[in-house]
Design a protein around this ligand. Structure first.
Ligand SMILES: *[C@@H]1O[C@H](CO)[C@@H](O)[C@H](O)[C@H]1NC(C)=O
Ligand SMILES: *[C@@H]1O[C@H](CO)[C@@H](O)[C@H](O)[C@H]1NC(C)=O
Length: 226
């Protein structure tokens, strides 16, 4: 009995070692070592580059004191949802699960930077009434951040367009089916916002089949003081 057990153990060990040996032959470690060394060598050859510093919201430039950093990315076609970063916090995104097709809107207190409310409004299937109920009560001193996803325009009516225009938008009048639009405005600002981008859905110029290129914008918004 004991003899058989010993033989079995020996056989198992032998099998293990042979497998190990052949596996080693088949996947030689040398290649890995070589490529690793190449990576390290190249690193050494390169002049030591400065780490690229990223600022609030991952932006390229820092914001002065008294400003909020923001970054807005529109939806990509009907595939990837938009995202909003404000003061280094992702306030709306697919991961946060608070965005959807249509118009995505974040309302922020312009004095203290607090997120008041977010809303996502399907502009293809849903009545514009819900959007109006969201926009009409917005109080003075509120920042309005907007990003399109898929179709921001089909059900927009004059009243909704006029509200966005009153927040400083230049393009709200033109937003239609599957256009791309990102915008930061405010209730009570009396000028056109510098923070707005728009691309028309146009077969000739679209990046994707039925949609224009993704829009992305970063910047600094002055904190409201009184
Ligand atoms: C900041 O603004 C929010 C939303 O308007 C408000 O609820 C909150 O009380 C304010 N916070 C402070 C510290 O004033
Ligand atoms: C913003 O917050 C301040 C206090 O920090 C408050 O006095 C003001 O009413 C708030 N404004 C809005 C639009 O919520």
């Amino acid at each position: 009995m004991r003899c058989t057990v010993t033989v079995r153990v020996a056989l198992v060990l032998l099998t293990l070692f042979t497998t190990w040996y052949f596996a080693g032959e088949l996947y030689p470690n040398k290649v890995d070592m070589k490529s690793l060394r190449r990576i390290f060598d190249n690193k050494e050859e390169e002049a030591p580059t400065e780490e690229k510093v990223k600022f609030s919201c991952g932006n390229d430039k820092p914001c002065p004191d008294g400003y909020f950093a923001f970054r807005i990315i529109s939806g990509a076609a009907n595939v990837v949802g938009p995202s909003f970063c404000f003061d280094n916090i992702i306030i709306m995104s697919s991961v946060r699960n608070n965005i959807g097709r249509g118009l995505n809107i974040a309302l922020i207190n312009a004095s203290n930077g607090t997120l008041i409310k977010t809303g996502s409004f399907d502009m293809y299937f849903t009545d514009v009434k819900l959007l109006l109920e969201f926009l009409k009560p917005v109080q003075d001193g509120t920042l309005v951040l907007v990003a399109s996803y898929d179709d921001p325009g089909t059900n927009l009516n004059e009243e909704a367009r006029a509200l966005f225009t009153s927040f400083g938008s230049s393009y709200a009048k033109k937003v239609h089916f599957r256009d791309a639009w990102i915008f930061v405005g405010g209730k009570g600002i009396n000028t056109e916002s510098p923070f707005e981008q728009y691309l028309q859905n146009n077969k000739e110029t679209n990046k994707y089949d039925g949609w224009p290129e993704v829009l992305e914008m970063e910047g600094c918004i002055p904190r409201k003081t009184k």
